[in-house]
Design a protein around this ligand. Structure first.
Ligand code: NAP
Length: 366
């Protein structure tokens, strides 16, 4: 064993909730690091810089994949634009002429980021608005203020996220990763859909919804989504709960794409894996992991400009026009876990999330 607090490991866990360290044998640890968000495809493509059908690779940056794209007249919401790839996404969209609304939980860090972007992109059109995705009340307040401002909405980038935190409940009593990464974005999208539909109809331009998921969607709990055990602390795995929330990001985009297509609405919905990028997201992992990642970083890890590329590609590149219900990595269509093609599961997640969000508002879910 590497280290230990004396607690036996729960099956499927590598991260000890008691002493916050990795207890597993070195070989197993390496295997987990390699599997978790560092899939073979990413490793290979980073190593060889393979260009996919789009002409882009894991090494392409957000500026490269949007080169020559004119986003003037478009309005976007980017959640989590106060840190990591959300900041670069906001900067590059603004560079393309998009009016970006930075939806952040900490408005003073948001204002600081905005100031930095404006220094780099004079004339950038950016607004900062408060949004805490772990609180349905905050999501509803954000949407109400957005609508009161009379803003159109062409692009919704569901980017914010947390990873592998210890078991916690949100303000609405929902396991925090599921609440923040999935439920908050589900409600946000649902409440903004009429604005997006009006905008696409009036502007005659395609709307795009982009869910920033992760390769970690492959490593959810064995049963996929634990509808009956979302809040079960005794069997909680911080990593599997992250995987579950990211699986729901893909299923949400797929079900949304299906419904929008059936309704003949000019809005697409896709999901993506941005790559492995050393951002604040990794804060819940200990320094041992940071050291291990550092050692292999030059082969496996993307820079932040590379990490924001797939999001900006899916949001703005003309190659993606009309493409919906797909999963992207490295600015190319990729194959997600076969389970995400299960339309019954996608519908079940949709209904479950609708019930959760309706019950909080006192609405009926029927
Ligand atoms: N980095 C990677 O290796 C990687 C790999 C796969 C997928 N992803 C996905 O990429 C997305 C962005 O991650 P990142 O790497 O850029 O991480 P990051 O630097 O930690 O940024 C996450 C952003 O989400 C915001 N956020 C967290 N909880 C929130 C809440 N309750 N309400 C509103 N905003 C909240 C954070 O706000 P604060 O600044 O206030 O904390 C921050 O702006 C995430 O969805 C993540 O799952 C990342």
């Amino acid at each position: 064993m590497i280290t230990g607090c004396g607690d036996p490991l729960e099956q499927g866990h590598c991260f000890c909730q008691t002493c916050s360290t990795f207890h597993m044998k070195r070989s197993k640890f390496d295997k987990v690091v390699r599997r978790f968000d560092f899939g073979d495809a990413i490793f290979e493509s980073n190593l060889h810089h393979v260009r996919g059908a789009s002409g882009f690779s894991s090494r392409s940056t957000a500026e490269e994949v949007t080169h020559g794209v004119d986003g003037t007249g478009l309005t976007a919401i980017v959640t989590g634009a106060s840190s990591g790839i959300g900041v670069e996404t906001a900067r590059v969209l603004a560079l393309c002429g998009v009016h970006v609304v930075m939806a952040v939980r900490n408005t003073s860090s948001g204002a600081k980021v905005k100031e930095d972007i404006v220094k780099q992109v004079p004339g950038a059109k950016l607004d900062v608005m408060e949004l805490d995705l772990s609180s349905m009340e905050s999501v509803r307040k954000f949407v109400s203020e957005y609508k009161s401002a009379g803003l159109p909405l062409n692009l919704l980038i569901n980017n914010a996220g947390i990873m592998a935190c210890p078991f916690m409940l949100s303000k609405d009593n929902i396991e925090l990763q599921f609440a923040t990464n999935h439920v908050g974005h589900f409600l946000l999208t649902k409440l903004l859909l009429d604005t997006m539909k009006n905008t696409s109809r009036e502007s005659k331009r395609e709307g795009r919804i982009v869910n920033v998921s992760s390769e970690a969607h492959r490593y959810s709990y064995p049963e996929g989504v634990r509808f009956d055990k979302i809040n079960d602390k005794s069997s909680y795995s911080s990593i599997r709960a992250y995987g579950q929330s990211k699986l729901c990001n893909v299923l949400h985009a797929n079900e949304l794409a299906k419904q929008l297509k059936e309704d003949g609405v000019n809005i697409t919905a896709n999901s993506l894996h941005p790559g492995a990028i050393m951002t604040n997201l990794w804060g819940y992992f200990n320094s041992y992991l940071a050291g291990a990642v550092g050692a292999v970083a030059k082969y496996m890890v993307k820079s932040v400009p590379q990490g924001a590329a797939t999001t900006c590609y899916v949001a703005l590149n003309p190659q993606v026009a009309g493409v919906t219900g797909e999963y992207f990595t490295d600015s190319n269509i990729a194959k997600p876990l076969p389970l995400v093609k299960d339309s019954e599961l996608a519908k079940k997640v949709w209904d479950f999330s609708t019930k959760l969000t309706d019950s909080q508002s006192g609405e009926s879910s029927s």
